[in-house]
Design a protein around this ligand. Structure first.
Ligand SMILES: [Zn+2]
Length: 248
């Protein structure tokens, strides 16, 4: 699912002479919110940990597509919950990095988490993984529940389990394809980020090793003088003569 990023820009100040137009407002703002909602096409579903969650009616089209165009309301609901889980995975990582999450939007093609702020390449890659990791968490939770309570007997429960496992796995695979606007386009950059980190770690370790250290104590070894065989014989003879010469 897409993660929409926006760089914060300072909004222009209204003129100081009070000529800025204002929209006539005669109610508490609820009408304006409804008008804005209808204009954007999104319906506000509420907030999760302070993050506005909006849904576009066309998300039902996506739900129909991913559930094989069958009339399975529980599966549709499960699909919306699956997308919401994915986007919440992004949103929680974004908040963890101290960035601002503007909203989570659910639409016909899945969802989008809109956020603003400055993130490093590493942070962007981890944010991209957040959605898929949340899906894996939901998959494991579903498998754990089925392992404890057994195979679902009710149709509604079976539909939910199918969406949280089979559809979930399909979406994980789809999301990790390395093409924009899918998460995989950013998520797999984590490999390069890890390689860069490893290289910088090795470089810093090498620079620590190359710091000036006390010079090791060295000993000078004098080379042995070379003596030719003739010279050696002459010295030996001289030595013998000297010994003989001392005798009577
Ligand atoms: Zn995503």
């Amino acid at each position: 699912m897409r993660r929409q990023e926006r760089i914060k820009t300072r909004s222009p100040r209204p003129p100081a002479n009070g000529s800025a137009r204002s929209i006539p407002c005669q109610d508490d703002g609820a009408t304006q919110r409804w008008v804005a909602m209808l204009q954007s096409g999104y319906l506000s579903l509420g907030r999760i940990r302070g993050i506005p969650v909006r849904a576009h009616p066309l998300i039902l089209l996506g739900a129909l597509f991913f559930t094989g165009f069958r009339f399975e309301p529980a599966a549709w609901l499960g699909f919306v919950a699956l997308i919401l889980t994915h986007e919440l995975g992004h949103a929680l990582v974004i908040k963890r990095y101290g960035l601002h999450v503007e909203s989570i939007d659910l639409h016909a093609f899945g969802g989008a988490t809109r956020w603003a702020g400055y993130a490093t390449g590493w942070q962007r890659a981890v944010i991209a993984w957040g959605g898929v990791v949340a899906q894996v968490g939901l998959l494991l939770l579903t498998l754990g529940i089925v392992a404890v309570i057994g195979t679902p007997r009710s149709v509604l429960f079976a539909e939910l389990v199918s969406v949280f496992t089979v559809t979930n796995l399909w979406l994980i695979g789809l999301n990790l394809l390395p093409f924009p606007p899918l998460d995989g386009a950013t998520a797999w950059k984590i490999v390069r980020e890890l390689r860069d980190r490893w290289s910088s770690l090795r470089l810093s370790a090498a620079s620590r090793r190359s710091e000036p250290r006390p010079a090791p104590r060295t000993y000078r070894v004098e080379p042995r003088p070379r003596v030719s065989p003739e010279e050696a014989a002459r010295i030996a003879r001289a030595f013998e003569d000297a010994i003989r010469g001392g005798r009577p």
